[in-house]
Design a protein around this ligand. Sequence first.
Ligand SMILES: Nc1ncnc2c1ncn2[C@@H]1O[C@H](COP(=O)(O)OP(=O)(O)OP(=O)(O)O)[C@@H](O)[C@H]1O
Ligand SMILES: [Mg+2]
Length: 1006
Amino acid sequence: MKFRGGGLGANGIRLSMESALTARDRVGVQDFVLLENFTSEAAFIENLRKRFKENLIYTYIGSVLVSVNPYKELEIYTKQNMERYRGVSFYEVSPHLYAIADNSYRSLRTERRDQCILISGESGAGKTEATKKILQYYAVTCPASQQVETVKDRLLQSNPVLEAFGNAKTLRNDNSSRFGKYMDVQFDYRGAPVGGHILNYLLEKSRVVHQNHGERNFHIFYQLLEGGEEDLLRRLGLEKNPQQYHYLVKGHCARVSSINDKNEWKIMRRALSVIGFNDTEVEDLLSIVASVLHLGNVQFAADEQGNAQVTTENQIKYLARLLAVDGSVLRDALIHKKIIAKGEELVSPLNLEQAAYARDALAKAVYGRTFSWLVSKVNKSLAYKEEKFPGWRSTTVLGLLDIYGFEVFQHNSFEQFCINYCNEKLQQLFIELTLKSEQEEYESEGIAWEPVQYFNNKIICDLVEEKFKGIISILDEECLRPGDATDTTFLEKLEETVKNHPHFLTHKLADQKTRKSLGREEFRLSHYAGDVTYSVAGFLDKNNDLLFRNLKETMCNSENPIINQCFDRTELTDKKRPETAATQFKNSLSKLMEILMSKEPSYIRCMKPNDAKQAERFDEVLIRHQVKYLGLMENLRVRRAGFAYRRKYEVFLQRTKIFIRFPKTLFATEDALEVRKQSLATKMQATWRGFYRRKKFLTMKRSAITIQSWWRGTLGRRKAAKRKWAVETIRRFIKGFIYRNHPRCPENEYFLDYIRFSFLMNLKRNLPKNVLDKSWPTPPPSLCEASQLLRRLCMQNMVWTYCKRISPEWKQQLEQKVIASEIFKGKKDNYPQSVPRLFINTRLGREEINAKVLQALENEALKYAVPVVKYDRKGYKARARQLLLTHSSAIVVEESKIKQRIDYCNLTGISVSSLSDNLFVLHVHCEDNKQKGDVVLQSDHVIETLTKTAILANKINNVNINQGSIKFTVGQGKEGIIDFISGSELLIAKAKNGHLTVVAPRLNSR
Ligand SMILES: Nc1ncnc2c1ncn2[C@@H]1O[C@H](COP(=O)(O)OP(=O)(O)OP(=O)(O)O)[C@@H](O)[C@H]1O
Ligand SMILES: [Mg+2]
């Protein structure tokens, strides 16, 4: 929505503001909107002329800047001037492209909307200069930091490099851009330039191999020859003289006084370094440039069959080195053609013409692709890396479009066709965004409106680009169809398909009068900017843009890193036919239109005052022509009828809340803004801080939710997996339980393993603690045998461990106990009482034995001594004695006397009763007269005493345990008898029958 109205009543302010403009600034009108006779083209041109004479080259039509090339250096691009325009309202100062630049920049910052500045005009009108000046303006006026300085430098220095490789001297312009350029400059939230990106469009490659009279090849060739150090030229195999190179002399003007190649070379070399080229990369790049020159000098001669042969071996040698390819392969590839038909390779020789064509195609391809590589290299160096706020676009973009202007030559070819088509598209965009949309908006809002007539060039755009019926479609069809398609058949097809189009004409279709001005190989398009006659010669070739397969292959094998990147191997295997040049161009233009449509545009319309590149010359005819085709009059009429200053309602309302129709209103507005600036700044700051914090908060909230949900998901998945596992395990368990008594099978495997495991684990925890512990877990049926084996092992182990721990003394004790058990266990009543009592080494210490006895036994070690009671053989009188055991004999001692010595060899046996008494008889060999007969003794430790005696005397098997009575020898063949009976208490006495009667007490255990 727009408002009409006026901001009057601020005359004082206006005057003071306008006084900032010098009187000179106010020559004519500085905005055509203020032109009284605004419908008159003559008045329009007169205003331009008046201002041009005063070196006022800029004039507005509303917010569109019209610029006339002064062809001389003006003092209006100084730093002070830049400062003058910085942050200042559009109408406060005289028209300037700095004002446009600043205005776009401010919109970008305040509204955070991407901007673009479209610079149009014909060749030589000053588009590239304007672009550079705008970039310089941003470099000086935008906030800076160390990093930003580098970016600024690179943005500025990308120009000399791209110009060296992409610009050339033409008849129209000594520095004509032979490629289209769209450059995005990225600004961060502080408004500092932080990165950039360049899109390039259709380089005029044909210039590499051919230049029209008065024109040159791309600057870089001349710069290299003129400025390159001798060493470098030697390495590249080049001579300083451009006349030596076929590709440089076609236009007969290799050296031009207005161009200082040597100086430009220095600038370009420095720029390469700033962009980030190292020495090797520079060398690789220049090798390619040199290789193109050498290629141009490759000559052919025909052999007898008419096949081309290379006659310039030297060039091949240089080429092989510079392109890092095999020389002989390259030579072959230049004079042969390889086709793959039905999977088979067919190689055929080329004739002279074809070989020259192949050579030129290679030169064009190498140069063209290197140029694209260069752009991508520049882009890498300009790329903005930092992304501080993910999810939030931290940069805004300002695009600068400097694309070839409308071109009309004497001979116009495919390139002019593309360039002019591009200009049609840009005009269409201009119409869409300004004339058409503006008028439609007024109408839709019901504002009284008288439509302004303008020529809508959509009809021409359609003629070129429409599917099936458009010129590009027809050209593609001719290029792709089998059979002998030629430029002429293409022209015929065109005549057939678009013959009735009002903007299309050929010799055949023209009337008598116009026919004269048209050749038979030409067609004429009535562009919005005027008629252009195109010669169809070369259209098919240029559109096909073919490079013979074997040349492609050779390049793919190059070891020059740049060439290697430019020629991708996949091209060789890719079956799909590459898009034609025109279609590629059409598609890239349509993408460009999308890019531009998404941005807020500003326009700079450039004009050239004369064709002679001269200062002070204002050629009215030429200017009129440009005013016409740039649509400036229509533009003015719409602006006049509408409003000088347009903003989206919301933005407008937010920023100013004042309606503006006349520039003076704007002064008042800006003044009012000045008054409120402080409070507005605070408000903006607060809003920004709020926005920034909220943005941060929202990001954090989003992150938290993301993390939360992710973590929940993870937990859920883990739980589900656990449950699944549990179900699976239980199922297997149950199945196993059912099959538990079956032999091992897949069904019960798990169960049995589990049972085994748990049994073993249980066993491990509950193993018997010692040999006496008889506990043992009950095994499952399947493990009975194993359990038994384990139990035995366990027992063995315990026994073994126990045994290992036994001391020698204890061992001896146990051995003696074992023997005692063998002898007495279950046979003698008082044996059980003896079991818990330890056997003692001796019951009598040496001090208790008489010294004499000990002396008598000097040589014999005393093994055991015990006090005993001896019963006389006849009267059975009891006498206290000591029984001593040595190695060889048992000795009965009374005080100091050895009463009887019984050598073990004479000891025939030992008798005891089965009762609980302590009596025993040592039976002695009777024939030994020395012996007094058997000895009846009583020991309180009878079991111990007898065991020790039996062991020492080795008579374990000779201990008799008798029931009832014991017979013994008294001497000389007489016998004594001891009767044993059980009674209540021990009694030993001689009975009437002369026997010794022993009453042994009954023990409880029996
Ligand atoms: N503002 C200016 N001040 C001084 N000289 C200028 C200015 N603009 C252009 N020129 C002169 O005009 C020449 C051509 O300008 P420029 O290269 O910008 O044209 P162009 O519109 O880019 O042409 P093309 O379409 O051929 O690339 C410049 O080399 C320069 O000498
Ligand atoms: Mg240019």
